[in-house]
Design a protein around this ligand. Structure first.
Ligand SMILES: *[C@@H]1O[C@H](CO)[C@@H](O)[C@H](O)[C@H]1NC(C)=O
Ligand SMILES: *[C@@H]1O[C@H](CO)[C@@H](O)[C@H](O)[C@H]1NC(C)=O
Length: 519
């Protein structure tokens, strides 16, 4: 008993830390990721505060944490609210028919930067909330790496130790900042649609994109909230991060060189045991029993099925009609489906579907999805074969990442109007067992990875809280110039040496011949 008490004291006094997780409320998936981090730290016995200033008001009433009770909100200014409205009403339905390319990245990043700058202004005007936060003496702050308003916050609250994180896969600018090797011949930015094998042009884009984003946008200018309101040198502070948490998983993503500082916690928000233990509502269970096989069709919550071109809807229905013994559950957000699907019995339209629970059910045969990172993680962990039809943003990359494991098939959005091609791909995913075998194999690997993402996150966060900044993890290579790093000087020197010796050898051999001739 005494030993137990002793251990308890050690745990609660010696190793209980105060964490601040800062995540402005602007997108569902980002808040889910950071809410999960909060809960796992709380469950490990720490004091966690989730500071989530509102940007997009429609998410304000959703609770992103369960065990973490200390959730601090902040109301947006009128201007910030307008940014939020712009984000949530932005017309992206054009991506059903248009390319999503690298050239869009810069204007999008600019909008986000302006939004976070305004969000910093809002914090500056609500210092009483920050003063209250300051009294909690945080050991560590965790925040989304590109939400740079975290730096003046960190400065005001006097927090020394920080863990910039990404709720998406790696970002080359952050890699370069912390000195992680990111050779453009091998590593593409997470926002680009490149796969593992790069063409000549893709390598050129790799060289240009990060460089041009940096020179056009650079780091935003944030000033301290305290007099004398100095400019905060984010570029120089960022590499002092103790760790970087990113939402990619080495068993799923393309392999690339990383540092000890980079902690890959991809899939942390997919709790397989919990999802499997949840009971599927009766209504859905009945639908799964209707026919021998069932396919779930959902394009996510950003681009809506109801906005896809009519010819795509018709082609999908024509294809589905051919599979009499398959039920199709289609997440469709309007009630006008009778107009293009009249008389087809094997399609169940629903505005909302319990996606995770359906993916966890062995009766579901396959998933047709847009390949958002959330869905990719879920279906990988739950081992479902899938047809991936990427529409925009990181979805093209996600598709290449997952199809590499041979459990899913990529499908172009431009073929969605071709019912014959849709029939072929349904046929393949339903009746070629290799897809379900391979997706089960991947799920088993993810389930049995040597160290679980949750443990990686908690242990590294605790380590940072205990030891603060970790200069020993900071590679000297990040201070090297291009010439030194890529050994251009050595190559030049070797080449010169080679040319000189060739010249000398030629000269002396020449003299030798001349000598022989004379003799
Ligand atoms: C955690 O919070 C509790 C309750 O607010 C407080 O008593 C305790 O001192 C805090 N722990 C640390 C390490 O500050
Ligand atoms: C996928 O299939 C290809 C071709 O058969 C094979 O070379 C590759 O190793 C497979 N990938 C995995 C992850 O099994």
């Amino acid at each position: 008993m005494r030993l137990f008490l002793g251990l308890f004291c050690l745990f609660s006094f010696g190793y209980s830390f105060n964490f601040l997780v800062y995540s402005p409320l602007f997108a569902h998936s980002h808040s889910t990721f950071f809410g999960t981090i909060c809960d796992f730290l709380t469950d490990a016995g720490h004091n966690v505060t989730f500071f989530t200033p509102t940007i997009v008001t429609k998410y304000r009433n959703i609770s992103y944490t369960k065990s973490t009770k200390d959730v601090v909100h902040m109301d947006p200014s009128q201007k910030l609210k307008e940014f939020g409205d712009q984000l949530s009403s932005g017309d992206i339905s054009r991506f059903w028919t248009e390319d999503s390319s690298a050239t869009e990245i810069i204007p999008v990043i600019r909008v986000f930067q302006n939004m976070y700058n305004e969000q910093a202004e809002v914090m500056k005007n609500n210092l009483e909330i920050l003063d209250d936060l300051k009294s909690r003496n945080f050991d560590v702050i965790i925040f989304e790496a590109y939400v740079f308003s975290a730096y003046p916050l960190m400065d005001y609250l006097d927090i020394k130790t920080f863990i910039p994180s990404l709720s998406v896969t790696h970002n080359v600018a952050l890699s370069e900042s912390i000195g992680e090797p990111a050779m453009p011949s091998v590593v593409s930015d997470g926002l680009l649609s490149h796969g593992e094998i790069l063409s000549f042009w893709e390598r050129i884009i790799n060289v240009l994109v990060v460089r041009s984003i940096d020179s056009i946008l650079g780091y935003p200018i944030h000033r301290s909230f305290k007099p004398p309101f100095n400019v905060i040198d984010i570029r120089n502070i960022e590499p002092d991060a103790s760790f970087v948490f990113i939402n990619s998983n080495p068993f799923l993503d393309f392999p690339r060189p990383t540092l000890t500082k980079t902690v890959e916690i991809g899939g942390i928000s997919v709790d397989v045991a919990k999802i499997k233990s949840e009971k599927l509502p009766e209504k859905w269970s009945k639908i799964l029993n209707l026919r021998e096989k069932t396919i779930l069709v959902s394009f996510g919550s950003l681009l809506l099925s109801k906005d896809m071109p009519l010819e795509n809807k018709k082609a999908l229905v024509t294809a589905m009609r051919e599979f009499e013994d398959v039920t199709f559950i289609w997440k469709y957000e309007d009630d006008d489906f009778e107009e293009f699907s009249g008389g087809v019995e094997n399609i169940e339209f629903a505005e909302w579907v319990p996606q995770r629970a359906l993916l966890a059910d062995p009766r579901l045969s396959a998933f047709l999805t847009h390949g958002g990172l959330g869905s990719i993680n879920e279906l990988s962990y739950l081992g479902k074969p899938a047809i991936l039809c990427p529409l925009f943003a990181d979805q093209m990359r996600n598709t290449k990442m997952l199809t590499r494991h041979n459990g899913s098939i990529g499908f172009s959005k431009y073929d969605l109007s071709n019912s014959q091609k849709i029939v072929e791909v349904f046929q393949k995913i339903l009746y070629d067992n290799s897809y379900s075998d391979n997706s089960k194999k991947l799920a088993e690997q993810l389930e049995n990875q040597p160290i679980k993402p949750k443990d990686l996150m908690v242990k590294h966060a605790e380590f940072a809280a205990r030891f603060g900044r970790l200069p020993s993890l900071d590679p000297y290579s990040r201070k090297m110039g291009l010439i030194e790093y890529f050994m251009i000087d050595v190559a030049f020197f070797s080449l010169t040496l080679l040319v000189c010796s060739a010249f000398v050898i030629r000269k002396s051999v020449g003299n030798f011949y001349v000598k022989i001739k004379i003799e």
